[in-house]
Write a protein that binds this ligand. Structure first.
Ligand code: GTP
Ligand code: MG
Length: 370
C-alpha cells in the first residue's frame, strides 16, 4: 500500500494543500501537509473533492511515453558526441578551447573545471562535433562516469610530462565499462620534459594499445598551448565517428539526457540537455526524471536563443517545474496533464524509496507526532 504526503496528493489533484488539510480535519484527522496519509484515506479525499481515482502505474507511464524504435529509413546522420577526459590539469579544457578557437580555460575560476561543459563545434568541412568537457579533479568520479555514458567517443588527454595518473586510469575504466571507443591525445608535447613514448608504454599496462604500438587505439601528439596536432586529432575523431555510423531520427518527439541541472536565481530551474533523438521545440511539453515542464526558451552553447534542437545538440532548457538530476532522461509528451501526472508518479516512487517505513496507519501517524 502506497503512502503519500498530503502535499503530494494535493499536487496530483491540483488542489491546495491547505484545503486537503481542512477536509482531513473534518474527517477527524489532524495532519499537516508534510505528513503522510494511507491509500484509503487518500482515496476518500480524492472522492470528496470529486476527482476520478487514477492510479498511475509504471505501465501507464510507459503508455504515455513514445519509446518506439525508429525505422531504419527515418534515420539520418548525426554529429558524434565526444567527451574529453583525463587527470586534473592535463589540459582538457585548454585542448577543447584550442579546438573551438576560444578561451574558456582562462575564464574558469582557479582554472579547475567543476561541471560538464557541452559545446557543438562546426569544423572546416562544415561537419559538426559535440564536445563534453569533464573535470579531472578526483572528487568528480560520478561526472566522468556520466560523461562516458552519454558519449560516442572519449578523448583521453594525458600530459606528456606527467604521464598516467589516477584519474587517467579511472577514465580508461569508465570507457571500458561504457564500451566507448577512445582516442588518446598526448598533450603538452611542447614541454621540455615531455615523454610521449613513456605514456604509450604505460598505457600498455592498462590494456590500451595505441597505433604507435601496433594496437588499434588511435593516438595523437598535441599541444593545446602551441596548437599543434589539432587537425590530426580532428581527423581521427571523424574517422572514428565514420566507423560508428552514428544516426538518429530527427523527426519525432524529442528524447535527451540531462548533462547538468541547476536552480538559477533569475531564470529558475535550468537543465542542459543533450538531445539523443527527435527535435525539441520551444513550447514542447516534457517530463524529465521526476520533473515536468514546457520549453519556455532554449539557449545554445553560446547563449543564443534557439527555437529547436536536433540530435547531438546540447541546449539549455528553461521552463521546468524543478531541477532534475544529472543523467535523467527528457521525453516529450502530448500534454501538460500527462507530463505532471508522470512526474508526480515518479516523485511518489522516489519518495516511497526514501521513506521505506512511512507511517501508514492512523495510529502510527499519531504516535509519530508525539
Ligand atoms: P581540470 O579541468 O581542472 O581537470 O584541468 P584541465 O585538464 O582542463 O587543464 P587546463 O586546460 O585547465 O590546463 C591546466 C594547465 O596546463 C594550464 O595552466 C594550461 O595552460 C596548461 N596547459 C594545457 N595544455 C598545455 C600544453 O599543451 N602545453 C603546456 N605547456 N601547457 C599546457
Ligand atoms: Mg578543465
Amino acid at each position: 500500500p502506497e503512502a503519500i504526503t498530503v502535499q503530494e496528493l494535493a499536487n496530483r489533484m491540483a488542489e491546495k494543500g491547505a484545503d486537503l488539510v481542512k477536509a482531513l480535519f473534518k474527517m477527524g484527522m489532524a495532519v499537516t501537509v508534510n505528513q503522510t496519509i494511507d491509500q484509503d484515506t487518500a482515496e476518500l479525499l480524492v472522492t470528496e473533492f470529486g476527482h476520478n481515482i487514477r492510479r498511475v502505474s509504471d505501465a501507464d507511464v510507459e503508455q504515455d511515453l513514445d519509446t518506439t524504435e525508429d525505422r531504419e529509413e527515418d534515420l539520418q546522420p548525426r554529429a558524434p558526441v565526444v567527451a574529453v577526459m583525463g587527470h586534473v590539469d592535463h589540459g582538457k579544457t585548454s585542448l577543447l578551447d584550442a579546438l573551438r578557437g576560444s578561451g574558456v580555460a582562462g575564464g574558469e575560476a582557479g582554472g579547475i573545471t567543476q561541471h560538464i561543459g557541452a559545446y557543438q563545434v562546426t569544423m572546416k568541412d562544415k561537419s559538426k562535433i559535440t564536445f563534453l568537457d569533464t573535470p579531472g579533479h578526483e572528487a568528480f568520479t560520478e561526472m566522468r562516469a556520466r560523461g562516458a555514458d552519454v558519449t560516442d567517443i572519449v578523448i583521453l588527454v594525458v600530459a606528456a610530462d606527467d604521464g598516467l595518473m589516477p584519474q587517467t586510469i579511472e577514465a580508461i575504466n569508465h570507457c571500458k565499462a561504457a564500451n566507448v571507443p577512445m582516442i588518446v591525445a598526448i598533450n603538452k608535447v611542447d614541454k621540455e620534459d615531455a615523454n610521449p613514448q613513456r605514456v604509450r608504454e604505460r598505457l600498455l599496462e592498462h590494456e590500451v594499445i595505441v597505433e604507435e604500438m601496433s594496437g588499434d587505439v588511435q593516438d595523437v601528439e598535441v599541444s593545446a598551448l602551441k596548437k599543434t596536432g589539432l587537425d590530426d586529432l580532428i581527423d581521427k575523431i571523424q574517422l572514428q565517428a565514420e566507423l560508428l555510423e552514428l544516426k538518429a531520427n530527427p523527426d519525432r518527439a524529442a528524447e535527451g539526457a540531462v548533462i547538468e541541472a541547476k536552480l538559477d536565481k533569475g531564470r529558475g530551474p535550468v537543465a542542459t540537455i543533450l538531445i539523443n533523438r527527435g527535435t525539441l521545440n520551444v513550447g514542447d511539453v516534457f517530463v524529465v526524471g521526476a520533473e515536468s515542464g514546457k520549453v519556455r526558451a532554449m539557449l545554445d552553447d553560446k547563449g543564443r536563443q534557439v527555437k529547436k534542437a536536433g540530435p547531438s545538440m546540447p541546449v539549455e532548457v528553461l521552463g521546468l517545474s524543478g531541477a532534475p538530476m544529472a543523467g535523467d532522461r527528457l521525453q516529450v509528451v502530448d500534454n501538460e496533464t500527462k507530463a505532471r501526472e508522470i512526474a508526480e508518479y515518479r516523485k511518489g516512487v522516489i519518495h516511497q524509496k526514501r521513506t521505506a517505513q512511512a507511517p501508514a496507519s492512523l495510529e502510527s501517524m499519531f504516535s509519530a507526532m508525539k
